[in-house]
Design a protein around this ligand. Structure first.
Ligand code: AMP
Length: 417
C-alpha cells in the first residue's frame, strides 16, 4: 500500500515525501481514508504505530486557510507536555506548505509566548488539559469554531486523572465537529467516553488490544532489589546499549539512579514531572542527539516520547499498572524498527509480572543466567518461557562479585548474549 492510494492530494503527497515517509503504517492505511470522508474515528493504536500522522495528515489536508483572524479549528488534547510538543511538531511537518499556523499549549513554562501565539491567531492547537483550561478561564481561548477534535492517548488521560478536565473542555466544543479518539488500551471508561462523544465512529485497530509490538525482544531478569543497580551497569557496559531508556517507579529513584550511573561514568540524565520544562527539553535533546546515552524516566514523563532508535528499554522497576508496560516498551521498536526490552523483577514485583503477562497474553522469556540471579527460585512458568537464556557470565561467587565491583569504572564488558 502506498500513500497514493489514500486519497491524498498532490500537495500532501509532496509533504509526506519531504518528511521522508515512504509507506503508510497500518494505522495510517486504515484511518486516513475514513477521516478524509468526514467520519468520527476510534483508533486503538500503540505508541510508535504512526498514529500521529494518521490524524495530522488528513486534518491538514482538509483544513483550508481562512482570511482575517484565524479561529482555532483543530484542537488536539494530549496528556503530557512532551507528547503535545511532538504532536505539534508533526502537524508542523505537514502544514508547512499550506501556511496554516499551529501551536502547543502546555504548563511548566511561561504562558506569555503561548498567549502571543494565540493572539496572532492559530489554526491548530495541541494542548494539555490543565494549561488549556487556564487559558480558557483567562479568556485567551475560545473553542466555538473547532471543526476537528483529537483526543490522544485517552487511556492515559484517565490514568492521570484528567478525564474531568477533558469532559469540561469537550462541553465547550461545537456539536458539529469531527472527533478522533486514540488510545493504546480501551478500558471501560474510555469505551463509555467514546460512546458519548463520537457519532457512529469507524473503529480502527492497528494492533490487537494490549499485545506488544512483535518486533520487540522482551526478557525478564529475576534479581534481588539490591542488585538491580549492578545488573543495570552490567548491561549498560555492553557496547550494544547505545541509547537506553530506563524506567523507575518514582522520581526520587530516577534522580538517584541517574546520579549513580553518572558517577560510574555512564552518562545519564533523569526526566520526570518535577523537572522544569527547560530541564526536560534539554535532557531529551541530549538523549536524542546521542550525547547522553542513558535517560532515566518515570512513566508520566516518558509517555509519548518520540525518540528514534532507542536500542533498549529497561524496566528497572516493573510498573504496577500492567498497561504501563506496553507503553514503556513501545518506546523502542518505533515505526517498524526492532528493539529490546529488559525488565528487572525482584521478589515483590513478581505479582506485577503475572499481571503484565496476563495482559499481553504471552509469557516473557527469562534470562536465567546472568551475574545477579535472584536467590529466590524463579516461579514455574509455561509455554517455553524460562528457557535458559545466557546473558553474560553465570552468577559469580561472592569473591568474584567483589572482584567484579573493583573493575575499573567505565570499563566496557561485552555481553555474550
Ligand atoms: P507515533 O506513533 O505517531 O508517535 O509515530 C512514531 C514514529 O514513527 C515517529 O517518529 C514518526 O515520525 C514515525 N512515522 C510515522 N509514520 C511513518 C511512516 N509512514 N513511515 C515512517 N515513519 C513514520
Amino acid at each position: 500500500m502506498s500513500f497514493q492510494n489514500l486519497q491524498l492530494n498532490s500537495g500532501m503527497l509532496r509533504a509526506v515525501k519531504r518528511v521522508g515517509y515512504s509507506e503508510p503504517t497500518p494505522i495510517q492505511v486504515r484511518s486516513i481514508p475514513p477521516i478524509l470522508d468526514g467520519r468520527d474515528l476510534v483508533g486503538c493504536a500503540q505508541t510508535g504505530s504512526g498514529k500521529t500522522a494518521a490524524f495530522a495528515v488528513p486534518i491538514v489536508q482538509m483544513l483550508k486557510p481562512v482570511k482575517g483572524k484565524r479561529p482555532i479549528r483543530v484542537l488536539a488534547l494530549s496528556p503530557t507536555r512532551e507528547l503535545a510538543a511532538q504532536i505539534d511538531e508533526e502537524f508542523g511537518k505537514f502544514s508547512h506548505e499550506s501556511s496554516l499556523r499551529h501551536t502547543a499549549i502546555f504548563g511548566g513554562v511561561g504562558q506569555q509566548p503561548q498567549v502571543k501565539a494565540l493572539q496572532r491567531g492559530v489554526d491548530i492547537v495541541v494542548a494539555t488539559p490543565g494549561r488549556l483550561q487556564d487559558l480558557i478561564n483567562q479568556g485567551y481561548i475560545r473553542l466555538d469554531r473547532v471543526e476537528y477534535f483529537v483526543l490522544d492517548e485517552a487511556d492515559r488521560m484517565l490514568d492521570m486523572g484528567f478525564i474531568n478536565d477533558v469532559e469540561r473542555i469537550i462541553k465547550r466544543l461545537p456539536k458539529a465537529r469531527q472527533t478522533l479518539l486514540f488510545s493504546a488500551t480501551m478500558p471501560q471508561a474510555i469505551q463509555d467516553l467514546s460512546r458519548s462523544i463520537l457519532i457512529d465512529p469507524v473503529k480502527v485497530e492497528a494492533n490487537p488490544q494490549s499485545t506488544t509490538v512483535e518486533t520487540i525482544e522482551q526478557s525478564i531478569y529475576f534479581v534481588e532489589g539490591g542488585d538491580k543497580r549492578a545488573l543495570l551497569k552490567h548491561i549498560l557496559r555492553d557496547p550494544a546499549s547505545q541509547r537506553v531508556l530506563v524506567f523507575t517507579r518514582t522520581k526520587h529513584r530516577a534522580n538517584n539512579l541517574a546520579k549513580q550511573l553518572s558517577r560510574a561514568r555512564i552518562p545519564a540524565e533523569a526526566i520526570h514531572g518535577n523537572k522544569s520544562q527547560t530541564a526536560r527539553t534539554r535532557a531529551l535533546a541530549r538523549f536524542k542527539s546521542g550525547h547522553t546515552p542513558v535517560l532515566v524516566a518515570t512513566d508520566i514523563a516518558a509517555r509519548g516520547l518520540d525518540i528514534d532508535s532507542v536500542t533498549h528499554v529497561i524496566n528497572f522497576d516493573l510498573p504496577n499498572i500492567p498497561e504501563s508496560y506496553v507503553h514503556r516498551i513501545g518506546r523502542t521498536a518505533r515505526a517498524g524498527a526492532s528493539g529490546i526490552a529488559y525488565s528487572f523483577c525482584d521478589v515483590e514485583e513478581r505479582k506485577y509480572l503475572r499481571e503484565i503477562e496476563a495482559l499481553i497474553r504471552q509469557p516473557i522469556e527469562v534470562v536465567s543466567e546472568h551475574p545477579y540471579v535472584s536467590a529466590t527460585p524463579a516461579p514455574k512458568r509455561q509455554n517455553g518461557a524460562g528457557k535458559p537464556r545466557h546473558n553474560g557470565a553465570s552468577k559469580p561467587s561472592r569473591q568474584n562479585r567483589r572482584r567484579r565491583s573493583r573493575r575499573p569504572r567505565g570499563s566496557r564488558q561485552a555481553r555474550s548474549a
